[in-house]
Design a protein around this ligand. Structure first.
Ligand SMILES: *[C@@H]1O[C@H](CO)[C@@H](O)[C@H](O)[C@H]1NC(C)=O
Ligand SMILES: *[C@@H]1O[C@H](CO)[C@@H](O)[C@H](O)[C@H]1NC(C)=O
Ligand SMILES: *[C@@H]1O[C@H](CO)[C@@H](O)[C@H](O)[C@H]1NC(C)=O
Length: 243
């Protein structure tokens, strides 16, 4: 009896340590050099739910998945579950030598006709530090590796079929709250294995979109914005750093 109880609690501990699921709408869990957060900010626009599970961390790399199921409000984002780097930030665009990132992901399952993106959300501003989507934000730079179901970024296209970091994108631009949104939306379908230098995107917006190179990178997030449908989005390998 005593032995079997010990055995069971050891198993439970191992299971928790290797895969932690967050279920609360604004829960976060530390994930190595990142925080994994649920961020169900738009959940009241529909009906459904969503959970994220931290699978593993390894050095600067992290693996997680997000299971979601949403109905109603087809044009409203329900959430942005994401990992946010705790270290890749606080540097002015002009001082970045490189910002390597890897993102390997897939839909392990999905209902037909899902409306969702898989995207970076990168925040810059005048102060060296600032919370994402706050009064300190000047620009929100999105990189959509997927946009399914006819959804569109904020604003309207300002450039189409441009090549940045070896991939083709349409660039959208528009205002949101007190910042400008610049969204690089994939023009080549889903990019499931993304391995680039984010500095090429930063250089592009400095050279072509009038973004001041004195802007500080305040936050780099990576995650998914579901609108409707259901899916299990699995990221097997993600990392970002700034040099
Ligand atoms: C999320 O987890 C909760 C609690 O385990 C569960 O009731 C719910 O069905 C899950 N939601 C999804 C979309 O998997
Ligand atoms: C987009 O650009 C690529 C590479 O420059 C080119 O091969 C392709 O035809 C272009 N597609 C469209 C729709 O213009
Ligand atoms: C994960 O990405 C890193 C680069 O950040 C790479 O060195 C490593 O081989 C990748 N791991 C796997 C399992 O693909």
């Amino acid at each position: 009896m005593h032995l079997s109880t010990t055995f069971i609690s050891t198993l439970a501990f191992v299971a928790l340590a290797s895969a932690q699921t967050i279920t609360g709408p604004f829960d976060c869990v530390p994930a190595g050099n990142y925080n994994l957060c649920a961020n169900l900010w738009g959940r009241q626009a529909g009906v459904g739910g969503q959970n994220s599970t931290l699978v593993s961390t390894n050095g600067n790399n992290v693996a997680w998945n997000t299971v979601w199921n949403w109905a109603n409000g087809p044009n409203s984002v329900k959430s942005y579950s994401n990992v946010e780097s705790t270290v890749a930030k606080g540097i002015q665009l002009a001082n970045i030598k490189s910002a390597p990132t890897t993102w390997t992901w897939e839909y392990a399952s999905q209902s037909s006709g899902i409306r969702a993106d898989v995207a970076y959300d990168i925040w810059t501003g005048v102060p060296q530090s600032g919370t994402a989507a706050s009064s300190a934000s000047s620009y929100e730079i999105m990189i959509w590796l997927s946009g399914l179901g006819g959804i569109q970024p904020v604003g309207s296209p300002v450039a189409t079929n441009i090549t940045v970091a070896g991939h083709r994108f349409d660039l959208w631009r528009g205002p949101n709250t007190n910042w400008q949104v610049l969204s690089f939306k994939t023009a080549e379908g889903d990019i499931n294995d993304f391995n680039v230098d984010l500095n090429e995107f930063f250089q592009y917006i400095v050279q072509n979109e009038g973004v001041a190179s004195t802007q500080f990178v305040q936050s780099i997030q990576a995650g998914t914005e579901p609108f409707t449908g259901s899916a299990n989005l699995v990221t097997s390998n993600y990392s970002v750093s700034i040099n």
